[in-house]
Ligand binder design. Sequence first.
Ligand code: NAP
Length: 327
Amino acid sequence: MHHKVVIIGSGPAGLTAALYAARANLEPLVIRGLQPGGLIATTSEVENYPGFPESVGGYELAELMEKQAGRFGTQYLDAIVSSVDFTQRPFTLLTDGGQPITAETLIIATGASPRKLGVPGEEELANRGVSYCATCDGFFFRDKRVVVVGGGNSALDEGLFLTRYVSELVIVHRRDQLRADPILQERAFANPKVRFIWDSAVTEILGTDRVTGVRISNLKTGAESIEEIDGVFPYIGHVPNTTLFVDKLDLDEGGYILTDGRTRTNIPGVFAAGDVVDHIYRQAITAAGEGCMAAMEATWFLAEQEFADRKAQAQVLEPASPALGQW
Ligand code: NAP
């Protein structure tokens, strides 16, 4: 399994990189990873991706991107990369159970994962009332009461999606001001199913077989209370998926891959794009833009390598002309 371009990750960054690399006739391989389609595929409605005036489902958008890149020769592999070797080019990737894959260039688009609350009960009750994907699990909370934790765009967007099903949505936020865009704030404040608990943190998720409640602590007064609820959806940001690259690539203190503004990492031939790099914008459209940049950089890198290889070969085949005096 040797490829000129291998892309790890299949969110907007990875799939746009694939589209551009495929249209440059590089027949890229996309390793889909743990979350095919990336985080966008778990998003209910996407209202700010250009070209969709009536909004588009996150899953549908990811599917369309995959189809578009596939039309030009992208290959897809359902696998998870377990290790990478950057000590020499071609780079070697090992996947769970598969053959080693070698790559002349690599585009890392592994994205980010939801940040955990880190409180008692969260791990134990995962998938038994604790969920990080309203789109996937909202249906199971019909006429139930749920808590969303966080005050950003994800908390409000996904919380509003949940109001289609639930009888009450309680948003617990650690401050008394939301970070989310004004349009989402307006919708949340106007929704009769939504109630806010301000300046507060969820300190424990309660329940044995299923979630039955949460313990809430007021961060200003220290007062504790219990909300009886059926589900908890933490939306408190993300952590970059870079465990594979620790000690192999330069990362910042938050674990994001450092690039030079042109998607190039500290290893020539290894590029990175999207949420695995970006802790500022983190939008589908910016990830897609970076994916495009990474594919163009990889294309130029390969062309330069090819030129250098051909030059070296020509020098071997045609040694420099002897000096005149030697004739
Ligand atoms: P985010 O913008 O970083 O917001 C995270 C929220 O969680 C913040 O309100 C933060 O509180 C809170 N928080 C962080 N750590 C916490 C902790 N340990 N305990 C309790 N609360 C905590 O993350 P996001 O909402 O996932 O959004 C990520 C990116 O995706 C953003 O750039 C966002 O714009 C984008 N996005 C866009 C849309 C859209 O445009 N419709 C939809 C979804 C996501 P503070 O406010 O106090 O910091």
